[in-house]
Design a protein around this ligand. Structure first.
Ligand code: PLP
Length: 823
């Protein structure tokens, strides 16, 4: 088509105003006078999409011309959060848009509420992927994401009769105006079938994968705008559809119903996100999802690569692929299959290409999260891939045997195949063997990856293992989520901090400035007033902005120890009501988080919190001092409401269990003080903000490890020795918070006192309440407290995901910024 000089869309307010009206009329088919707020929201999203697409195409050309190396991030989850507000802020037009909409009688904030929060992830892992995309685009780096276009995201949580109720999240119900469907780039995905063994004319082995079934992966692109909007990358999500050809085949055999079932099965693949975090499923559908992601992504990546007239052997020079945990670990086998079977690259060279291209991030040490797939299932779904995995394993184990004497135990430990409970493929091992880099996500975690998870591999390949401490994007988590604080900071030190978070250091001297501290305190109070309004509206609970807001917002999981927090709340409550104790500061305890639907303990913890809230909030003796709130449906948009209003951030996992945490970073960046254990990134946060500005408690990782290894943890000893512990546990066991069902929470009593209680709640309880004691006293002295709060914000620069991405780019990916000319 002739390339004409149609003007590109501009960010000029007049132009945007025309486009919005144009979209109301021509995309939504309504006269402007009949447009609802939702229509305005949709038209505004479409208007911004037009502009982002222009920039996305420009960015694509720029990358092509530079022939730059690219990075592809493969992740089974992305927890993007709402896009409209983020795009407006990243395009820096929030002022203009606010004024334009206000002139039409709307508020930008209300308009933004119409967007569904796409929850295509469970928690930390998916949110990290989203922060990384923001940083890549902001740094002008050629890096894009690949994932699955789930029809249903993470379930919506509501609380009914004090219990979690799950409802499906059909996030596209109102359409997803930002995405671009790319049917022309669909991918046909083969699976099932069997392998036939043939030979080439020269006698070498030629496997043929035959009788496979297929489905289609249809890509949807979501533009990802960097700050300033000059670079726009994309997130490409694949939806599964059925192929017509396959259905017709069965149909022709006269089995219409089977053909329809086949279609339904195909579309099931991207139907829903598995709602579990840190647990492996062993379900066929999940395996197919993982393979679907891997196959579609690799097809797309190699197609784009070969289009540039390159030889497949040059792949690692121009391409880096990061595996976000083991969910995409099949990439190792699929890339080998693609090279060896389809492109006839000899095995050794193919192996070199594969390992030089791939890198792997481990996200957890929890044994139940380590993915294994039974050989039987792999044989059924991916027969050729299983063969390839066996061949990788055979060559790998041979190479170890050849390099010196090894005992059988070590071979069994290092094998890709676990034979302890039937034959299973260890996906983490496959990813480690098939990658040139293996990283953990905080200093402590990366050490544990080497010493606990993969000691044999770390001894074999010491240079392969490295650390990349997580970060969060300051655009979403400060600039957009907390405009009050962002404004105060910009006024004090200019706005360079938005893309160079180390600039926050300039706030350090201001911590000594009483006037600045007061303004900082006023910003925090404003955020608390807003949250109090939201809490009143959504729960009916009235909370005072003058109380200390203590928050634990994250997935509900035993290792995260919400129960420790609950025990302390009960302790506080009983001291007030039974001992006549007057706390130095009133407190509001806010809990938020979803429990996986099949996770009994987690769901019961929510039940207990809600029951506790009911009892405490109704008790006149406590109401001046203590409130408990469970904020339902924790998701990115709720996190953005909670975090700016937090005074205290609860990061209290058992040492050695939380790989990094990123919630801890968001809170601290927004001026909350952490009460935390020496776990994950807490350790680095504490070093950064200063130990006097962090409330530390609890056992260290070596102490926890020793207890677990020696079986020396004796919860009854703590129960007998400490009346505080006794009183709290007895009150739970006696049904004090569930008078109509006295035994409802007895299991908690039993669990916390069981000899094999893995998370050592009682061992840490006394030091936890002692740390809370200090918090209560120091909060009552606003000067002392606000100084610490300012220093937390000022010293969090290191935890920008821009820093994390720069490290990945330099140490692992070998990619560089490709800024627009003249920038
Ligand atoms: C940041 C974030 C998480 C991760 O929180 P952790 O405290 O690190 O577990 C989970 N869910 C949402 C919605 C988040 O924004």
């Amino acid at each position: 088509m002739p390339v004409d000089s149609c003007p590109l869309h501009s960010l000029d307010t007049g132009d945007i105003s025309c486009s919005i009206r144009e979209h109301v009329t021509h995309s939504l088919g309504k006269p402007c006078r009949e447009a609802s707020q939702r229509d305005v929201a949709t038209a505004l999203s479409l208007t911004l999409r037009d502009r982002l697409v222009d920039k996305m195409l420009e960015t694509r050309d720029r990358y092509r011309e530079s022939r730059a190396k690219r990075m592809y991030y493969l992740s089974i989850e992305y927890l993007l959060g709402r896009c409209l507000g983020n795009n407006i802020y990243n395009l820096k037009i929030q002022g203009e848009m606010g004024a334009l909409l206000h002139g039409w009688g709307y508020e930008l904030e209300d308009i933004r509420e119409f967007e569904r929060d796409p929850a295509l992830g469970n928690g930390g892992l998916g949110r990290l992927a989203a922060c990384f995309l923001d940083s890549l685009a902001t740094l002008d780096m050629p890096g894009c994401g690949y994932g699955i276009h789930y029809e249903y995201g993470l379930f919506k949580q509501s609380i009914e009769n004090d219990r979690q109720v799950e409802r499906p999240d059909y996030w596209m119900a109102e359409g997803m105006p930002l995405q671009l469907e790319r049917r022309d780039q669909s991918v046909i995905v083969p699976l099932y079938g069997r392998v036939e063994n043939h030979q080439t004319p020269d006698g070498s082995y030629l496997p043929l994968w035959v009788d496979w079934q297929d489905l289609v992966g249809v890509p949807y692109d979501i533009p990802i705008a960097g700050f300033g909007g000059q670079t726009v990358n994309y997130l490409r999500l694949f939806a599964a559809h059925s192929t017509d050809s396959f259905n017709m085949e069965i149909f022709d055999q006269g089995d219409y119903i089977k053909a329809v079932h086949q279609k339904i099965y195909s579309e099931l693949i991207s139907k829903i996100l598995y709602p579990n975090e840190s647990i492996s499923f062993g379900k066929e559908l999940r395996l197919v999802q993982e393979y679907f992601l891997v196959f579609c992504s690799l097809r797309d990546i190699t197609r784009r690569f070969l289009k540039q007239n390159r030889n497949i052997e040059e792949l690692p020079e121009y391409t880096a692929i990061q595996l976000n945990d083991t969910h995409p670990a099949l990439t190792v086998a699929e890339l080998m299959r693609l090279l060896v079977d389809e492109r006839r690259v000899p095995w050794d060279r193919a192996w070199n290409i594969t390992t030089s291209t791939l890198a792997f991030t481990n996200h957890t040490l929890m044994p139940e999260a380590l993915e294994m797939w039974s050989v039987e299932l792999l044989e059924k779904v991916l027969p050729r891939h299983l063969q390839i995995i066996y061949e990788i394993n055979r060559r790998f184990l041979d190479s170890i045997r050849q390099s010196g004497p090894v005992d059988d135990a070590k071979i069994r430990r290092m094998s890709l195949i676990d034979e302890n409970h039937g034959k299973q493929v260890r996906m983490a091992h496959l990813a480690v063997v098939g990658s040139h880099s293996v990283n953990g996500v905080s200093k402590l975690h990366s050490e544990l990856v080497k010493t606990v998870l993969f000691p044999d591999y770390a001894a074999l390949w010491p240079g392969k293992f490295n650390n990349k401490t997580n970060g969060v994007t300051p655009r979403r988590w400060l600039y957009k989520a907390n405009p009050g604080l962002a404004g105060l900071i910009t006024e004090a030190i200019g706005e360079t901090w938005i893309t160079d978070l180390d600039e926050l250091q300039k706030l350090v001297p201001l911590a000594e400035d009483a006037a600045f501290r007061e303004r900082f305190a006023a910003v925090k109070r404003n955020a608390k007033v807003r949250l109090a309004g939201f809490v009143a509206k959504t729960t009916g609970i009235v909370i005072s902005p003058d109380a200390l807001y203590d928050m634990q917002a994250k997935r509900i999981h035993e290792y995260k120890r919400q129960l420790l927090n609950v025990m302390h709340v009960i302790h506080d409550y009983l001291r007030i009501t039974e001992d006549g104790y007057l706390p130095p500061t009133p407190r509001v305890y806010v809990f938020a988080g979803k429990a996986a639907p099949g996770y009994f303990e987690a769901k019961e913890i929510i039940h207990l919190i809600c029951r506790l809230a009911r009892v405490i909030n109704a008790d006149k003796r406590a109401s001046e001092h203590l409130k408990v709130v469970f904020a339902a449906d924790y998701r990115v948009s709720l996190a953005e409401k909670l975090i700016p209003a937090a005074d205290v951030s609860e990061q209290i996992s058992t040492a050695g269990t939380e790989a990094s945490g990123t919630g801890n970073m968001k809170f601290s960046l927004n001026g909350a003080l952490t009460i935390g254990t020496l776990d994950g990134a807490n350790i680095e946060i504490r070093e950064a903000v200063g130990e006097e500005n962090f409330y530390l408690f609890g056992l260290t990782t070596p102490e926890v490890e020793r207890h677990l290894a020696e079986g020396s943890y004796d919860p009854w000893e703590y129960y007998r020795k400490h009346p505080e512990i006794r009183r709290v546990l007895d009150s739970i066991s006696a049904g004090r918070f569930s008078p109509d069902e006295p035994t409802a929470f007895h299991w908690i009593f039993e669990k916390l006192l069981a000899k094999n209680e893995r998370y050592l709640h009682l061992a840490d309880f006394m030091s936890y309440i002692e740390a809370h004691e200090r918090i209560g006293m120091e909060y009552a002295r606003p000067d002392v407290w606000m100084r610490k709060a300012v220093l937390n914000t000022a010293r969090m620069g290191y935890f920008s995901s821009d820093r994390t991405i720069r490290e990945y780019a330099k140490d692992i990916w070998g990619i560089k910024p490709i800024p627009p000319r003249g920038a």
